[in-house]
Design a protein around this ligand. Structure first.
Ligand code: BYC
Length: 318
């Protein structure tokens, strides 16, 4: 009975757009859903550094190198805000990292594709960050306070990344024949994986309906995907390029672009570990974690010394 009352008043708060904060009562399933979504998102930011880091040493100019380094650093920051937001729900950072490194936790499918040419840095910025923004701006209004607040800063930085990526493609699109080909090839390879980033279609999505009731999600996967396609179908014209979809066509009646069928089997394969780079990405994270062990140990030793110095005399160890 007490639980039902709690749940009722929780849902009332959500319905009235009153933010839920860490010390407030919340249903266990709400907590679990948020830990799942926020930690998956954090892992995506961390794994998302890998495909781009691949181009830091090969960026075509010092300016491009500096901007790419800054972008990759931003992604690390996003991962840290998100791990912190998830920690407010009672899970530790170590547990989340363990889940990633053991292959138990998911991260976004998109980061299991290879970055083959410099144009891929542009396509990732324009399409992948573009899809991320479309998905994440509504999360700034998510019902859970620490998540929503983390998303505000993340979205500002992602917008900058998106423009930076578009500008890379714009320069290539005005370049030589070979540069134009490279630009189109990157768009061809990144388009469908970006469309899939929004997740399964609404009928096949197990979490959307409940997450909408809890106002974690404000729009469904398909609604956000459609908005993304509508925006990109116009922006690609500015590049003088095309999206690789022969069925893409403005539908006057729907006031949206129609688009071709999505290869859901490809998404399923990539999510279940069989994408082109899944094994490589996980191996790189496992190696990075092992290489960083001495830093964690040094930080713990330093923190221990500081705590001892700050402790009253009677607690000090000789
Ligand atoms: N990849 O019922 P659904 C970024 C999973 S951007 C892998 O729709 P939900 C970045 C889903 O987790 C990318 N897995 O679930 C950008 C669930 O599995 P579990 C990260 C996916 O949670 C640029 C199952 O499929 N952004 O980081 O309601 C540069 C059923 O799906 C994918 C976020 O994470 C996928 N594409 O909706 C650097 C944003 N799609 O958990 C970095 C926050 C679905 O039952 N997250 N799955 O085993 C969200 O908005 C939602 O979690 C999703 C999925 C829309 C992704």
């Amino acid at each position: 009975m007490a639980l039902a009352e709690n749940e009722l008043s929780f849902q009332e708060k959500v319905d009235q757009d009153i933010r839920i904060e860490p010390k407030d009562w919340m249903p266990d399933a709400y907590r679990k859903t948020l830990i799942r979504q926020i930690s998956q998102h954090a892992h995506s930011e961390i794994v998302g550094m890998l495909p781009e880091a691949n181009w830091i040493t090969r960026a075509p100019s010092l300016k491009r190198k500096a901007t790419l380094i800054a972008k990759v650093q931003d992604e690390a920051g996003h991962g840290l805000y998100l791990y912190s937001a998830a920690e407010t729900m009672g899970i530790s950072r170590e547990e989340m990292v363990d889940q990633l490194l053991s292959g138990k936790a998911k991260y976004s499918s998109i980061f299991n594709y290879p970055t083959i040419t410099w144009a891929d840095m542009g396509a990732i910025g324009w399409l992948v960050d573009g899809a991320a923004i479309m998905n994440q701006v509504p999360l700034c209004r998510a019902s859970y306070g620490p998540y929503a607040r983390a998303m505000v800063r993340i979205c500002k930085e992602e917008s900058f990344h998106q423009r930076q990526g578009f500008e890379i493609l714009l320069v290539l699109s005005k370049g030589s024949e070979a540069q134009r080909r490279m630009c189109q090839d990157a768009i061809d390879r990144w388009w469908w994986p970006s469309v899939m980033m929004f997740g399964p279609n609404d009928e096949a999505s197990p979490h959307t309906a409940q997450s909408m009731r809890w106002k974690i999600k404000r729009f469904t996967n398909d609604e956000l995907r459609q908005r993304f396609i509508d925006v990109c179908a116009e922006q690609v014209k500015l590049l003088g390029m095309r999206l690789p979809d022969d069925l893409l066509k403005w539908n006057e009646e729907r006031q949206h672009y129609d688009f071709g069928p999505i290869d859901w089997e490809e998404l399923r394969q990539v999510i279940s570990g069989n994408g082109p780079c899944n094994k490589e990405r996980l191996a790189a994270r496992v190696q990075a974690h092992a290489d960083g062990a001495w830093v964690r140990e040094a930080a713990m030793a330093h923190a221990g010394k500081r705590a001892q110095r700050a402790a009253p005399d009677q607690y000090k160890v000789a």
